[in-house]
Design a protein around this ligand. Structure first.
Ligand code: ZN
Length: 374
């Protein structure tokens, strides 16, 4: 039986009020394209929060209150020009974060500050030992955001800003950021490229978004060789490939790095039901990943681990994947089975394939070579 832990949980109704407007998923409507929703809509997140409550799990979590991140906190990562631009558009009818794929409506600047603040509050609760670990179910997501622009639905760099805050308030020095969202964690990679005290690890679908970068050969800047690890899995990868990546690359690299804290960019878009990707990680797969990450944190940094929500665009499947992760990190089992389980649990896509193993082996060898462990 798994030990029950005190797990902090952040959610705020305003996260669902961030308005991403009307698109055909990711395509602007017009001409032959009929208007539809933007894939990054409130649905998958608010339904996840709904299931956390209806399942009874909420009663066994510790609510952590999100507050707005201050401009001073944002400016530790973002440029003043970018923040001013966001603020000005948000005060009117909204706009775009900068890449044409990051739409936002009126008031989104404050909601994005609340998402950063949710990740900061969860991290602070863990560092203060008020909880053992935490999950911040925030929106908008943050892992593509860069210092001077939003990108890929992300407005502000939630995890890096929380990390910088932890450095100042709790003397945290070394941090590992692990990103299992199906898209490349280019934001943290770029921000910490030359910082030897932050190890960024991204497991993602090869060349999905951004379409360039995220390769195994990107290993960190001149002052920080080995501080970046990419595991770009081929489309079609499932539970087997993800677990192998965690066991053979993520865990040994994190052990060797000896962090004070682990931050997770938690995306559920490796789900087989996601409209933006082509992976096959089931709710059971996400549960296994989270279980291993919590064990890893126990081994390397006194259990200090914080999950910050990123992508995941299947409104019907994300709630069950998210519940599985929250059950894994809290040790509390609601007894609710994922009703989609039988559709995928026997899929031949789940076990590790040789062509997936090749990439993991390459990442494994590069990480070993650069960090000097075996
Ligand atoms: Zn994603």
């Amino acid at each position: 039986m798994t030990a029950v832990r005190r797990t902090g949980y952040v959610y705020h109704e305003q996260y669902a009020w961030h308005d991403t407007g009307t698109q055909a998923g990711i395509i602007p409507p017009g001409g032959p394209v009929q208007p539809y929703r933007t894939f990054e809509s409130p649905e998958s997140k608010s339904r996840f929060a709904g299931l956390v409550e209806v399942s009874g799990l909420l009663d066994n979590l510790t609510r952590v209150r999100a507050t707005h991140a201050t401009e001073e906190q944002l400016l530790r990562i973002h440029s003043a020009e970018y923040i001013e631009r966001l603020k000005a558009s948000s005060a009117l009818q909204g706009g775009d974060g900068g890449d044409g794929s990051t739409p936002f409506g009126a008031g989104s600047y404050d909601i994005a500050r609340l998402a950063v603040g949710g990740t900061i509050a969860a991290t602070t609760a863990v560092l203060d030992r008020r909880v053992d670990n935490a999950y911040a179910l925030v929106r908008p997501p943050g892992h593509h955001a860069l210092p001077d622009t939003g990108m890929g639905y992300c407005l502000l760099a939630n995890v890096p800003i929380a990390l910088e805050n932890a450095r100042r308030t709790h003397g945290v020095e070394r941090v590992v950021i692990i990103d299992y969202d199906v898209h490349h964690g280019n934001g943290a990679q770029s921000i910490y490229w030359d910082d030897p005290n932050v190890l960024t690890i991204s497991i993602h679908q090869e060349r999905l978004f951004p379409v360039t970068g995220g390769d195994t050969t990107e290993t960190g800047g001149p002052s920080a060789p080995g501080s970046c690890i990419n595991i770009p899995l081929p489309a079609g990868s499932g539970n087997g490939a993800y677990i192998a990546a965690v066991e053979r690359v993520v865990a040994p690299a994190a052990r060797s790095f000896r962090p004070d804290l682990i931050l997770i960019s938690s995306g559920f878009d490796p789900s087989p039901l996601d409209p933006l990707a082509a992976m096959t990680v089931t709710s059971g797969g996400f549960r296994d990943i989270a279980t291993r990450l919590v064990e890893l944190a126990t081994q390397v940094c006194g259990g200090r681990i914080v999950f910050s929500h990123e992508g995941g665009y299947s409104p019907v499947h994300v709630p069950f994947c998210g519940l599985a992760v929250l059950e894994a990190i809290s040790g509390y089992n609601t007894g609710i089975e994922d009703p989609f389980g039988p559709s995928f649990d026997y899929s031949p896509a789940l076990p590790l394939k040789p062509w997936q193993d090749e990439i993991i082996t390459e990442a494994e060898h590069l990480a070993q070579m650069l960090s000097g462990y075996n």
